[in-house]
Design a protein around this ligand. Structure first.
Ligand code: SAM
Ligand code: SF4
Length: 424
């Protein structure tokens, strides 16, 4: 989501005549687009901001802007900690970026705008996309879920869906410009449509996007397990362009911890959703997020998480140590755990998942997969692409195939990628 926000900022700045440079040392303006989902991201931001101080000392005309969730969270407090900052604006203020730059250029004092634009989700914003084949498309902003560990609803605001006609127009334009794949973005795409006049649901939107010429693949993130409906499962099964890959964050395998997280589903509900998905779409690839060391998580709770991983056998995992975030309800819970326990649990979880991912990837050896070839692999001499299940595959082939869908026989499998041969 942040990467796509950066693409929008670049689009806005390019439309006022700016152009990107590869090195901050040659820039007139640097924007740090920040994340505050975990404390570590925040620490990284402050050390980067420190590095920019010397750049500004060497070039006093350099303008430094802070965007994103830390900007929203800290507002003008950033200026007392870092007086070399010129602009601060939040994630829902991006549409005003050009106006803010003009304001900054006409006055000496810093410009701070974190008021949020209530009409942001209805605005058409220029986008300079980093990729020529695959595009992110935001379908909604904010979140209403208030999971007790999470800052998103406080910093990105309440859930607002973009109008389906605006989304379809954006994707249609991408199809015309040669894009092959879109990823629909939202904190909880499954609840898309709340508040829209025409009551379009997420499966309705998938059907509309599936019909757009030129686009060959449709993906989406993120699905909240509670809102994963049968209608969505049927849409994944029936719509040919919708890829069989779902990121379904479980967060914990313990119903007690899930209740404390305010996830509003239990362990059995999650397992039931997975069963339904696999009954309808047996080849579905599943990935998940897990937080270890949530306040009060016991050895038994953690053991339930490990057992859930063994039972579901996800294709991939993003695992995080619980991080205290300002203003969230979990801060006030009893039983905050020491770092060493969180670290040990994280390591244990990742070891289990690494084995499962390797085993699942090995199961693909000998199968034929549809691959969208998207460029050269980091290992020289081969191309790379993704299966419908979103697994990276390297293969020897002509660069003329970049942008094509091809059939590939999988010959080798590691944890991070597969190797294959083009089918005749
Ligand atoms: N909306 C998505 C959902 O509900 O699954 C994900 C949003 S969040 C940007 C991505 C992941 O960060 C979450 O799924 C969660 O695992 C993790 N996360 C969020 N807040 C966290 C915190 N305070 N400490 C550790 N991990 C956190
Ligand atoms: Fe955060 Fe929960 Fe919303 Fe995801 S669903 S963004 S974890 S509050």
């Amino acid at each position: 989501m942040n990467e796509h926000d950066s693409e929008r900022m670049t689009g806005i700045l390019e439309s006022r005549g700016c152009s990107p440079v590869s090195d901050a040392a040659g820039a007139d303006m640097v924007i740090l687009n920040t994340c505050s989902i975990r404390e570590k991201a925040e620490q990284k931001f402050y050390s980067e901001l420190g590095r920019l101080k010397s750049l500004k000392a060497a070039n006093p005309n350099l303008k430094i802007a802070v965007a994103g969730c830390i900007a929203q969270q800290e507002g003008s407090n950033i200026l007392s900690r870092a007086p070399h900052v010129d602009m601060v604006f939040g994630p829902s203020d991006i549409a005003r970026l050009s106006t803010l730059v003009t304001q900054k250029l006409s006055k000496k004092c810093p410009v701070v705008d974190t008021a949020g634009d209530p009409e942001y989700h209805r605005k058409r914003i220029p986008v300079t996309r980093a990729d020529k084949l695959k595009a992110w498309v935001s379908i909604m902003y904010g979140c209403d879920n208030f999971c007790t560990y999470c800052v998103v609803p406080y910093l990105r605001g309440r859930e607002r869906s973009r109008r389906p006609e605006d989304i379809v127009e954006e994707v249609r334009d991408l199809g015309l410009r040669g894009y092959k794949e879109v990823t629909l973005l939202g904190q909880n795409v499954n609840s898309y449509g709340k508040g829209l006049d025409d009551r379009t649901t997420f499966p309705d939107l998938l059907r509309m996007v599936n019909d757009i010429p030129g686009i060959e693949r449709v993906r989406f993130v993120t699905s909240h397990p509670r809102d994963l409906s049968e209608a969505l499962i049927n849409a994944i099964r029936d719509l040919p362009k919708v890829c069989e890959a779902v990121h379904l964050p479980v967060q914990s395998g313990s119903s007690r911890v899930l209740a404390a997280m305010n996830r509003r589903y239990g362990r059995e509900d999650y397992l039931e959703k997975v069963r339904k998905l696999r009954d309808a779409v047996p080849q579905i690839a599943l990935t998940t997020d897990i937080i270890v060391g949530f306040p009060g998580e016991t050895d038994e709770d953690f053991d339930l998480t490990i057992r859930l991983l063994e039972e579901v056998r996800h294709d991939g995992l993003f695992a995080f140590k619980y991080s205290k975030r300002p203003g969230t309800a979990a801060l006030k819970l009893d039983g905050h755990l020491p770092e060493v326990i969180k670290e040990k649990r994280l390591e244990q979880l990742l070891t289990v998942q690494k084995r499962i991912t390797a085993e699942k990837n090995r199961d693909l050896i000998g199968t034929t997969q549809e691959i969208l070839i998207d460029g050269f692999s980091k290992k020289g001499g081969t191309l790379t692409g993704r299966t419908r299940g979103n697994k990276a595959v390297n293969l020897p082939a002509s660069s003329a195939l970049i942008g094509s869908l091809v059939r590939v026989r999988i010959t080798r499998a590691g944890v991070n990628s597969l190797t294959g041969q083009l089918c005749e």
